[in-house]
Design a protein around this ligand. Structure first.
Ligand SMILES: CCCCC/C=C\C/C=C\C/C=C\C/C=C\CCCC(=O)SCCNC(=O)CCNC(=O)[C@H](O)C(C)(C)COP(=O)(O)OP(=O)(O)OC[C@H]1O[C@@H](n2cnc3c(N)ncnc32)[C@H](O)[C@@H]1OP(=O)(O)O
Ligand SMILES: Cc1cc2nc3c(=O)[nH]c(=O)nc-3n(C[C@H](O)[C@H](O)[C@H](O)COP(=O)(O)OP(=O)(O)OC[C@H]3O[C@@H](n4cnc5c(N)ncnc54)[C@H](O)[C@@H]3O)c2cc1C
Length: 674
């Protein structure tokens, strides 16, 4: 579907693909948007936000200097921020920042090829105020933050520590005399490092620091800290702040560093929902669970699953449309060059990207609903569901970001040389998504968090105790022996759970055997971490396969037969792909036979052929507007070569026929005068 305005002649191959598509593209768009009404609202918002006047960039962003790029990003952020403030709240007020904030995120991509310097303001500063402040503090900070009088970020990571939060060195020492906290950076490694927008943009930030009072340290807590003057924007006395320099991506996010020299903030600037300091310096802990101050990280991990699903959908749209337009080589001598989409290897590279985008999107919707339940529980003082949710969100964040980054890179490979052009947008999509594997909790570290939970769950199963929903399968597989094999979708999901259970069991055995040799539990755990990461990955894959399969069935119950058929083909393709990828595990833990493996491969190849005629329709159904795709290769009309040339001509190097370096260096070199 496209209502893109001003679309010129569509490439003939793309037009033919669309004519041959077996289903009504709009139907799948509605499914992915969560209903027709959501699609209508999204399109309305897109229509009045994505105007040429706001978006036009005479020189491509990637041709600007770092400083110009940043300034352009600030300009657009302010325009975008004003738009959100003035207009978008009409579409549901603050509620817009619930699931509908995904629409805002989507539109933001039309404004920023990289990142808005204000992303962390809306993405982390505001959510932390909501999650970590008392009602009284919220009434002070939230209106100022939402009206952008106060612009903030989230400064937790330091030069010396990111993963190990308990190891952070910045101190916040309470002084009862003045009722203030004294923030201090005692070492170079204690300097805050990385916070987005900190380098040049924000005037406030949330600082995570070790709280000291009455001579005792109570661990890390969040504080709201003003770092720049609201009028002059100069850093305040006692603050050392700057930008950390060029990175693989995120280059318009002005990630920054920050150090404190005995810098004072009022007592009430400690975010006091989960712990308080009384005027006399008494520490009062309100968090019965103990990790409630990590709440913003959990929230962002949930958001990130959706974020990477959307970015993978963008990459798949670009690569599939390009593959329908691009013709190369010959299959049989003398025949016309085929569309590269007709190569089975190309289908193998790309259809898994479409299926994974669906799998992650549906899993993310399910995760969001589960998260809402946990938040409601917490509001009622119940924190029992938190350990399971932490384990679930950690592994889903790790696997979704890692899979998406690998598959986006695969989309780039599938576009050959042109995929390497910045104007294809694939390099920027990749550089953005590959960072998600690291920030908000590194891949390995988060999988090891899930593994802790899985090992405990296994021990509970052994003791005959009840298990929480996402690990209840362990009871079923709590026995030695191989899982029966059955090649239906349900059978493959069961086998995936069987593999996870087998791997968890192997980890438990390994740890126990090592402990028996006299090692401490910690050492035995450490030596088993390669297996533990693999077990957590297997668990997570089983969950994604299960949720994707069951959600796709549920969502398409009322769909037309053709939509149901193509959605079924995609889920089956996904399950077969992962069964084949993990065939070694299946041979080890299930009763799959050699003939079954041959049948799996054959079915997988049949599915590629079945999906082929609908591939362009499937990416059209993501309904990502050209302004948001930002790609010479992926635009709806398929005018790939024209766009590549148009963009090339915008290069500043083409502004003059001869560059001055010819006269300065080349000519002297040619004439032996250098
Ligand atoms: C235009 C519209 C805008 C709207 C925006 C919307 C969307 C945008 C979406 C996304 C983009 C947003 C922003 C993106 C840009 C960049 C953002 C980057 C920001 C950052 O990058 S910001 C820094 C994040 N930095 C980390 O992410 C550090 C990772 N490091 C940790 O997270 C911890 O350090 C850990 C967990 C490794 C160890 O922590 P530890 O040492 O204290 O704990 P320990 O290992 O001892 O565990 C003791 C017991 O606590 C349990 N436990 C731990 N954590 C828990 C939790 N969260 N909940 C419940 N239980 C938890 C354990 O499971 C265990 O349980 P048990 O004992 O039962 O096993
Ligand atoms: C683009 C980007 C934006 C960011 N934005 C912010 C921000 O706005 N605010 C903020 O506070 N932070 C931010 N960060 C920091 C980010 O959260 C951290 O980089 C991340 O949590 C990883 O921590 P680290 O850098 O300390 O990695 P390290 O922990 O040093 O990891 C290095 C390696 O050691 C391994 N490792 C570490 N610990 C263990 C362990 N226990 N077991 C096994 N292996 C281990 C890791 O797996 C990894 O391979 C950002 C980072 C990036 C890249």
């Amino acid at each position: 579907m496209s209502d893109n305005k001003g679309v010129r002649r569509v490439n003939e191959d793309l037009a033919r693909e669309r004519a041959n598509c077996s289903f009504d593209v709009r139907e799948i768009t509605f499914l992915l948007d969560g209903g027709e009404n959501n699609t209508i609202t999204r399109k309305k918002i897109e229509d009045f936000t994505l105007t040429d006047e706001l978006l036009s960039d005479k020189v491509p962003d990637e041709c600007l200097s770092p400083k110009e790029k940043y300034e352009n990003a600030v300009r657009k952020s302010c325009l975008f921020g004003k738009l959100v403030k003035d207009k978008l709240l009409e579409f549901g007020g603050l509620e817009t920042f619930g699931p509908n904030s995904f629409v805002l995120r989507r539109i933001a991509d039309a404004f920023f090829k990289e990142i808005s310097p204000l992303l962390l303001h809306l993405g982390m500063f505001v959510p932390t105020i909501l999650g970590q402040c008392t009602a009284e503090q919220q009434s002070e900070w939230l209106p100022r933050a939402l009206s952008m009088q106060v612009i903030g970020t989230y400064a937790q990571t330091e030069l010396g520590h990111g993963t190990f939060i308990r190891g952070l060195e910045t101190t916040a020492t309470y002084d009862p005399e003045t009722e203030e906290f004294v923030l201090h950076s005692p070492t170079l490694s204690s300097f805050k490092w990385w916070a987005g927008g900190l380098g040049k943009t924000v005037n406030h930030c949330i600082v995570v620091a070790q709280l000291h009072t009455k001579g005792q340290c109570h661990g890390t807590h969040p504080f709201i800290v003003q770092i720049r003057d609201l009028e002059t924007h100069q850093p305040l006395p006692g603050i050392k702040v700057g930008e950390i320099g060029p990175k693989l991506g995120f280059n318009t996010a002005d990630n920054g560093f920050l150090g404190f020299d005995k810098y004072r903030i009022p007592r009430m600037n400690m975010m006091m929902k989960n712990a308080q300091i009384l005027k006399d310096g008494t520490y009062v802990k309100l968090d019965r669970h103990g990790k409630m101050t990590y709440g913003t990280m959990v929230f962002i991990r949930v958001m990130v699953v959706n974020e990477v699903a959307f970015n993978l959908a963008k990459a798949a749209t670009i690569a599939v449309r390009y593959s329908a337009v691009r013709r190369q080589s010959e299959k049989k001598p003398g025949e016309p060059e085929p569309q590269i989409l007709d190569y089975v290897t190309q289908q193998h590279k790309l259809f898994i990207c479409i299926a994974t985008a669906h799998a992650l999107q549906l899993t993310s919707d399910w995760l969001w609903r589960t998260f809402s339940g946990v938040v409601t529980d917490i509001k009622h003082g119940k924190t029992d569901s938190l350990p399971e949710f932490h384990a679930l969100s950690s592994c889903l964040k790790a696997i979704s970001t890692s899979d998406a980054a690998l598959l986006i890179e695969q989309c780039r490979h599938s576009c050959g040389g042109h995929g390497y052009m910045m104007s294809s947008n694939l390099p920027l999509i990749y550089s953005f998504v590959t960072a998600t594997r690291t920030y908000e909790g590194d891949y390995t570290v988060l999988l090891l968090q899930t593994a802790r939970f899985l090992i405990k769950a296994w021990e509970q199963a052994e003791a005959g105790k009840p298990l929480t929903p996402t690990v209840s399968y362990l009871t079923k597989y709590f026995k030695d022996g191989r899982v029966p094999w059955d090649s239906t979708s349900e059978g493959i999901v069961n086998a995936a759970y069987g593999v996870a259970a087998g791997k968890i069991s192997a980890c438990v055995k390994s740890i126990r055997n090592r402990v028996k040799t006299g090692l401490s539990y910690e050492d035995a755990w450490d030596l088993t971490t390669v297996q533990l990461v693999a077990a957590a990955e297997a668990h997570c894959r089983a969950v994604i396969c299960d949720v994707y399969r069951s959600e796709a069935v549920r969502l398409t119950e009322k769909s037309s037969p053709n939509v149901r058929a193509v959605m079924r083909q995609l889920t089956t393709l996904y399950l077969h792909y992962w069964a084949l990828e993990r065939i070694g595990d299946l041979l080890r833990y299930s009763a799959v036979s050699e003939e079954d493996v041959v049948a799996l491969q054959q079915k997988y190849e049949e599915l590629l052929a079945l999906i082929r005629p609908d591939a362009v329709g499937l990416v059209d159904a993501f309904d990502i507007r050209d302004e948001i795709l930002n790609s010479t290769l992926g635009a709806y009309d398929g005018r790939v070569y024209e766009r590549l040339m148009e963009e090339a001509l915008k290069s500043p190097l083409n502004a003059e026929p001869v560059n001055r370096s010819f006269h300065m260096y080349l000519k002297p070199l040619m004439q032996g005068k250098l």
